[in-house]
Ligand binder design. Structure first.
Ligand code: 5GP
Length: 189
């Protein structure tokens, strides 16, 4: 997606350890116009696939996911990273955070994810695929199906993309980073 790639090159910052900081338009301040274009592109790429629900993980996945869900006219459900005291009937899965270097549980209420539902998972980044695996696990626990996964930015030098494609998941990434070596952003054309 041309506008996204140009924005990454203009405003993206490389941090130590292969982390790309896009706080200017995705992870802190959000460019709603670009985010809507991102959502439309996801909808275009998954056209023809039945989608009953859009899934994501709080917090950064929520903005693109709600826009995609709104365009599709379906609900959006985000996994929480803390188990709320008011939540009963919880499905949870342990996820290792690449950026925080620690594990945490993601959880959803079983009330909102039902057997047979076909779901599209949307997230900001695909790195090692831990969040994506956690969501596959939650969907499996519910008997729901992940019919596709859309990422705003895929870091192809980490193992998530190969792992998901080997599992047969339909993955669509709107910008693919080949390398962040020497703090230089190298993108796939
Ligand atoms: P994974 O679970 O695929 O290993 O990592 C994906 C999650 O980690 C994303 O939801 C995102 O929050 C975070 N993440 C991974 N790599 C980066 C990165 O380079 N920059 C930012 N801002 N977040 C990242």
């Amino acid at each position: 997606m041309k506008a996204l790639k140009e924005r990454i090159l203009k405003d993206g910052l490389c941090l130590e350890g292969g982390i790309l900081k896009v706080d200017n338009f995705v992870n802190h301040q959000i460019d709603g116009t670009l985010m809507m274009e991102i959502a439309k592109e996801f909808v275009r790429r998954f056209e023809g696939t039945r989608i009953d629900k859009v899934l994501t993980v709080e917090a950064s996945g929520i903005a693109p996911a709600i826009m995609v869900a709104n365009l599709l006219g379906v609900p959006m459900l985000f996994a929480k990273k803390k188990v709320p005291s008011t939540m009963t009937g919880i499905l949870k899965s342990e996820v290792f955070s690449f950026t925080k270097s620690r594990s945490y549980n993601i959880c959803i209420s079983e009330e909102f994810l039902k057997a047979g539902e076909k779901c599209l998972f949307i997230d900001d980044f695909l790195a090692n695929g831990n969040a994506a695996n956690g969501m596959l696990d939650l969907a499996a626990q519910a008997g729901a199906e992940i019919v596709g996964m859309g990422f705003i930015i895929e870091k192809a030098f980490q193992k998530g993309s190969d792992m998901l494609r080997e599992k047969g998941v339909h993955v669509e990434s709107l910008a693919i980073i080949k390398s962040l070596d020497n703090c230089e952003i190298k993108m796939k054309e």
